[in-house]
Design a protein around this ligand. Sequence first.
Ligand SMILES: [Zn+2]
Length: 337
Amino acid sequence: MLTASPRPSPVTPTIDLSAPGVQHGHLRLPYSRDDSAWGSVMIPICVVANGEGPTALLTGANHGDEYEGPAALFELARSLDPAEVSGRVIILPALNYPAFRAGTRTSPIDKGNMNRSFPGRPDGNVTEKIADYVTRHLVPLADIVLDFHSGGKTLDFLPYAAAHELPDKAQEARCFAAVAAFSAPYSMKMLEIDAVGMLDTTVEEMGKVFVTTELGGAGTASATSIGVARRGAGNLLRHAGILAGTPETAPTRWLDMPSADCFTFAGDDGLIVFEHDLGAPVRAGDVIVRVYPVGKTGLAPAEYRAAMDGVLAARHVPGLIKAGDCLSVLAVLREAP
Ligand SMILES: [Zn+2]
């Protein structure tokens, strides 16, 4: 396992992260390349600070093709009045900035998947250097971290905020209280396929409150999903005491991913034909989706059935799939924690 090295980060912030008021600037990361010998990657950052209080770190576009986070956070950075703030809000609307500019999940520079690159390396590739700066210089400043995700170009999700089961039950309770405050239409106790390298894990291991989301996907964002993201960010800041007032709560349905049986992976290439839409209740044994061979007519589709009672929480997009792709995710309704 990689550990944070004492080597200094090559990233330089162009603003003073501890100054009061509103500052808009960049994290400047030297990146020497063909079209700019002494060039840099310039990652937008905003800090809004006023007086005593906690620090929140809000990040979007950890994956470059997920848009609710950037949509909510570019607006928040533009509109947040320091007079309303008690403490500090650090906003990075486009964390994997090269990926965000390319509209891709991973960085076009090094194919780095930001959320598989933590805790990062100061002497690694561009993506690892950004991750290292976040790990060693931003997360330690934060009391609460919100990292926006949605499904990107190849998945679509029910809109939910989520936290993980943690060994420290008091920390876990603080995380789920923050998820409840976010007040997305769904709230998930989330199981990861592979938690190694995630910002989630890095923040949680530092004992902080961490909230993630999956707010839609399919390579875009809707007015509804952006509304959920904006309200959720504001609610989290109220929950943390950084903004005055109480969270604007809305009804949420609590979901659990009790085991790896939640995930279905395609064993076949083909055309996906779903029997249910996101949010639909399914029973164990129901056909969720059929995958039709597309090379010729007359062939039967492969049928993929639910391994449990639940609701369809995520599905593959767009219409064709390859063997090994995540086809669907089920979740089960649960009591609020
Ligand atoms: Zn993501």
